[in-house]
Design a protein around this ligand. Structure first.
Ligand SMILES: Nc1nc2c(c(=O)[nH]1)N=C([C@H](O)[C@H](O)COP(=O)(O)OP(=O)(O)OP(=O)(O)O)CN2
Length: 146
């Protein structure tokens, strides 16, 4: 089995809306996130690659930069979505179906990577093995297939 891996960094803020979250997590705060995408394949293509790194990076980094870099990550039902937009209508806000924990972000990005891969290499048996999200120097989470 072959694996390939690329990394990208984004600067993004988030906060947790649940009442049970700690005060520091309920407060909007930012991180320099490092996202590592790992693909796997049992075979190589005609160029002896799983997928060309440059092609993969342009697509993956393009999506991350367009949607998450310098964005505010919020639960889609967080009242902060409306509050921030009321102050600055053009605010870059990325919403998720749950509070934007590192785990939730990793799962969301795994799903997104699968969609991008379908566009980049349709009908090619490459799998998104893992998305690893480094939130701080010491905190990270990953979503991976078995
Ligand atoms: N399992 C998870 N736990 C926590 C998450 C998360 O996404 N998944 N997120 C947070 C907060 O985002 C917070 O920013 C980080 O919290 P914490 O590590 O407690 O805070 P510090 O960086 O200040 O901790 P150090 O002591 O400096 O390492 C909380 N938990």
């Amino acid at each position: 089995m072959y694996t390939i891996q690329i990394q990208h960094n984004i600067e993004a803020a988030h906060r947790f809306s649940q009442a049970t979250a700690s005060p520091k997590c309920r407060s909007i705060h930012g991180h320099s996130w490092v996202i590592t995408l790992t693909l796997r394949s049992q075979s190589l293509n005609a160029e002896n690659m799983v997928l060309e790194f440059g092609l993969l990076k342009r697509s993956w980094r393009g999506w991350l930069d367009a949607h998450l870099d310098h964005a505010l990550l919020l639960h889609e039902q967080d009242p902060m979505v409306g509050a921030v937009r009321a102050v600055e209508a053009g605010s870059k806000i990325f919403t998720l179906p749950h509070d934007p924990t590192t785990e939730v972000l990793a799962a969301c990005l795994h799903d997104r990577a699968e969609h991008l891969l379908q566009d980049l290499a349709p009908n090619v048996p490459i799998q998104v093995l893992r998305v690893h999200v480094q939130e701080t120097h010491v905190n990270a989470a990953a979503y991976e297939i078995e």
